[in-house]
Design a protein around this ligand. Structure first.
Ligand SMILES: NC(=O)C1=CN([C@@H]2O[C@H](COP(=O)(O)OP(=O)(O)OC[C@H]3O[C@@H](n4cnc5c(N)ncnc54)[C@H](O)[C@@H]3O)[C@@H](O)[C@H]2O)C=CC1
Ligand SMILES: O=C(CO)COP(=O)(O)O
Length: 417
């Protein structure tokens, strides 16, 4: 367990911003704000939460529905700051009063040393463009985004994309974390992967297998190694000594709650890939469940899906990915199980099959603006595999892509995998 006392006694405190305010973004803001308040010698109490501004009508069944206002739309940031509830994306949950909803992204990230990225992956690119050059050069990031970024150059993790785009180091948080359960303070676990260059780790430098015996100074000068163990082109600015060190202890204090148990690891690629790829498998689980095939079929999907996840990680993210991250951590098998039991990707895919709709139609009809990540991840992973002639090596991922595109049917799954 981290010792908050160990982190105290510094001249400056860390300021935290959560970039995003959806179902998970609001939940993580709640967790973080509870911890900044409880550890106000380390962190500034107020947590900025960037909200993509929209006009929202408070639902009639909300306790904040006001007859005098009626159905007149109001700014979501004003509602959150007045009632301390995100009535659209996390209804019924009180946010701590030190969560400050901010519609200006640049203003929200100003002077923050810790940036927690928690947006649907479709919006990360624009958010990074908007804040590049407007953040502290020595800020550090944690990506809670579940997805991968596919471009002509290949595939990258959002932690890499954010880190390289902003010139900072970025780790990843992922786990069996259905947001609403955690917002209701039902116990769960999560995994945070954070493997910063040794220059940040003033107490206990983590030796890296790929870079033994390299001194702290030479790493700081030469850049650092990325999640795949490659030399990174990003030249990092060290966190000034006036701040508590930004390391595993610090992040554990920031995220750990009695109802949200944190395991700190160093495998950023494994943690990020677990969160992204399980969404493809969850769609497949929804397809077979919607077809009425029962628990055995769903277990088969999870087994095959887990094998493809590990294979993908090993094949494309090199030696740094550890099989144990997939098979033992919350970010691996546990997230796979919870997502295939009650996640949004699973539920929308199941209903799509039951009702003869597309997954996208169910998403628009049922999710009130929340967004699935599995559909775009399935397309992106497929385009990456197809370009390399490797579709047949990943039959489940390929089948999900085919079903989403209407080129395959659910009934074909047993013969395809
Ligand atoms: N909801 C959950 O249970 C969990 C979600 N995650 C991951 O967290 C990430 C964030 O998801 P959620 O917070 O659940 O989001 P969400 O799906 O609940 O909400 C959508 C969000 O996108 C925002 N948005 C809409 N248009 C936008 C635009 N043009 N630019 C920027 N933002 C825009 C909305 O304001 C809203 O905050 C995703 O990668 C998801 O996979 C991870 C664990 C649990
Ligand atoms: O990632 C999640 C749980 O860990 C949530 O998954 P869904 O986006 O499918 O709801």
């Amino acid at each position: 367990m981290a010792s908050a006392a160990l982190l105290g006694g510094h001249e400056r405190k860390h300021k935290v911003t959560v970039v995003g305010s959806g179902n998970w973004g609001s939940t993580i803001s709640k967790i973080v704000a509870e911890n900044t308040r409880a550890n106000n010698t380390i962190f500034e109490e107020d947590v900025q939460m960037w909200v993509y501004e929209e006009e929202v009508t408070i639902p009639k069944d909300s306790k904040f529905y006001d007859e005098t206002v009626g159905d007149k739309p109001q700014k979501l940031t004003s509602i959150i700051n007045k009632y301390h509830e995100n009535v659209k994306y996390l209804p019924g949950i009180t946010l701590p009063s030190n969560v400050i909803a901010n519609p200006s992204l640049r203003d929200a990230v100003k002077d923050s040393t810790i940036l927690v990225f928690n947006l649907p992956h479709q919006f990360i690119n624009n958010a990074c463009k908007e804040i590049r050059g407007h953040i502290l050069p020595y800020a550090r990031g944690i990506s809670c985004v579940k997805g991968v970024n596919v471009s002509d150059e290949g595939i990258s993790l959002f932690s890499e994309w954010i880190g390289d785009g902003l010139g900072i180091y970025c780790g990843a948080l992922s786990g069996a974390n259905i947001a609403t359960e955690i917002a209701n303070e039902k116990w769960s676990e999560t995994t945070i992967a954070y493997d910063p260059p040794p220059m940040d780790n003033s107490r206990a430098p983590t030796p890296r297998s790929s870079s033994p015996n390299i001194s702290i100074t030479s790493l700081a000068e030469a850049g650092h190694r990325d999640a795949r163990g490659r030399a990174s082109k990003t030249k990092l600015t060290p966190v000034p000594a006036e701040y508590p060190p930004l390391d595993h202890d610090c992040f554990r204090v920031l995220f750990h709650r009695p109802y949200f148990h944190v395991q700190m690891v160093s495998d950023v690629a494994g943690v990020s890939l677990g969160g992204a790829l399980k969404n493809i498998v969850a769609l497949a689980a929804g397809f077979v469940d919607g077809r009425g095939w029962g628990d055995n079929a769903k277990a088969a999907i999870m087994r095959i899906g887990l094998m493809e996840m590990v294979k993908f990680g090993k094949e494309f993210f090199g030696e740094t990915v550890q099989t144990a991250t997939f098979t033992e951590s919350s970010a691996g098998v546990a997230d796979l199980i919870t997502s295939c039991s009650g996640g949004r990707n699973f539920r929308c895919a199941r209903k799509a099959v039951e009702k003869g709709m597309t997954v996208q139609e169910v998403e628009h009809e049922d999710l009130n603006g929340q967004m699935l990540q599995g559909t775009s991840t399935a397309y992106e992973v497929n385009s990456f595999l197809k370009k390399r002639g490797l579709e047949s090596n990943y039959p489940l991922f390929t089948a999900v892509n085919g079903i989403l595109r209407g080129e395959r049917t659910v009934d074909e799954i047993p013969s395809l995998v």
